[in-house]
Design a protein. Structure first.
Length: 465
């Protein structure tokens, strides 16, 4: 089966600073050799130990070589093979091993025990991160399809197995829901729901942003999982493109502020270089975004040359301010001085063009207005959502009522987060949610096995997921 696995780690690796250069008539003494950094890497046993060592040796060798070069010291990684899920989770939680190759369910359980565990990477195959499992019966069994399983016993995997137990019982589909729910026993919360309902390991309301507030308002559970689990995913090409455009405009307006504006050819070349460095995997997508970026930047620069140069005060300016009693952070794309000595706040949009209604209702622009007032004492003359698509700026303003409403939204969300309110909110956005297959809002309550002679609840030792 294809199984997306996660890497977790408990320790950060710190490289020592290089020795200072000595100027002398005689050769300087050789620096003492760096002490070897010894690390333990843990995996679940899925085969004989000799096969496991042979399978993981290329990965370990590659890690040792890369880390030794980066840290400028010898690195020795020893493989530890866990004979059960509990052994692996316990070792990671207690720090017996430094990093592991785990399934998602094991990561969630381990992080619940030790919040200091950090996720490093997620495994994928051809860009896909999904689970596929099979139901296995004897070759001569009369069971030939899922309907034949009704009324029969069923051997689930280990309770901490992602595909063998958690996802099968946590989010079955169609007939599977009915089949697995027919077991005798009392109804209870599924393991997926249990994990998702665990309280956060840290105060998620301590620091918010406009996007965090909007994510919570869309779905509190999604907000919690994004902030708590921090599962990395591939950055969509659209976001990579947006990041490139922002970096290009940052460089351009920094040159404007220095009164030495970049030439159009230099801007386009910088865009091409940054887009190539972004590493968009799909060549077709890369070429489409390259053509789009050249066109959009050409239109943008032509409009810039036709108008008086703005008095740029700040570019990509970070802020960390109090909105009411809540700490709010963010980054403003650009702040210019207006003719009447107020300021103009501009936010670039590289995706679908934003409308006047979007601009008028933007929480992000309201928070930018509050932040500019709090951090620099600026009063905004007007706010601009600048659409690169169509080269169309959308202008709006904020009055005291709107700013107070923004404060209320931030304060309300922070209060709900502090109170531990992370219910799922099913709706249109579920289809785009990375956690939709885990969400308890769409699962049915399942029956826990009640008969002692029902099927085994653990996988054979060689089965891990």
């Amino acid at each position: 089966m294809k199984l997306a696995c996660v890497f977790a780690a408990l320790v950060a690796l710190l490289a020592g600073a290089p020795a200072p250069v000595q100027v002398s008539q005689t050769p300087p003494p050789k620096a003492p050799p760096q002490k070897t950094l010894s690390l333990a890497f843990g995996v679940y046993q899925t085969d004989k130990a000799t096969v496991m060592y042979r399978s993981f040796t290329p990965l370990i060798d590659a890690l040792q070589t890369a880390m030794a070069q980066q840290l400028n010291r010898p690195v020795d990684i020893q493989l530890t093979i866990f004979r059960s899920y509990d052994d692996g989770i316990d070792a990671l939680s207690k720090g017996t091993v430094d990093f592991v190759h785990f399934g998602p369910a094991s990561y969630i359980v381990a992080k619940a025990r030790n919040p200091g565990i950090e996720l490093l990477a997620m495994e994928s195959e051809n860009g896909a991160k999904r689970f596929q499992g099979v139901v296995i019966v004897a070759k001569d069994s009369p069971i030939q399809n899922l309907q034949d399983l009704k009324g029969k016993t069923f051997a689930f995997g280990d309770p901490n197995s992602t595909i063998g137990r958690w996802l099968v019982q946590g989010q079955p589909r169609g007939l599977q829901t009915d089949m697995f729910a027919e077991a005798a026993g009392s109804a209870g919360m599924t393991r997926a729901s249990e994990w998702l309902s665990l309280p956060p390991a840290s105060d998620l309301s301590a620091k918010l942003s406009a996007s965090a507030v909007q994510t919570y308002e869309t779905c509190p559970l999604q907000f919690k999982l994004e902030r708590e689990w921090k599962i990395p995913g591939e950055v969509p090409a659209a976001m990579q493109y947006g990041g490139v455009i922002h970096r290009v405009l940052l460089a351009f307006y920094d040159s404007v502020r220095a009164m030495r504006p970049m030439e159009d050819e230099a801007v386009i070349q910088y865009f091409n270089d940054e887009l190539a460095a972004a590493g968009i995997q799909d060549r077709y997508q890369h070429d489409l975004y390259q053509a789009q970026g050249v066109l959009q930047l050409g239109d943008f620069l032509a409009a810039f040359r036709r108008a008086p140069a703005p008095q740029v005060l700040h570019t990509e300016e970070f802020f960390d301010v109090k909105v009411g009693e809540v700490r709010v952070v963010g980054r403003i794309d650009r702040i210019d001085r207006s003719a009447d000595d107020d300021v103009i706040i501009t936010d670039y949009k590289t995706g679908k063009a934003q409308s006047q209604e979007d601009s008028d209702e933007s929480l992000q622009l309201s928070i930018y207005t509050l932040a500019a007032r709090e951090k620099w004492g600026y009063r905004s003359d007007h706010l601009v959502l600048y659409n690169l698509e169509g080269n169309s700026p959308v202008v709006t303003r904020r009055n005291d009522f709107q700013l107070n409403e923004a404060k209320r939204r931030v304060t309300e969300v922070a209060g709900n987060i502090a109170a531990g309110k992370f219910e799922a909110k099913p709706g249109f956005y579920c289809r785009f949610c990375a956690y939709r297959n885990l969400c308890p809002a769409t699962e049915k309550r399942l029956q826990e096995p009640a008969l002692p002679n029902r099927a085994a609840t653990t996988k054979p030792r060689g089965m891990a997921s």
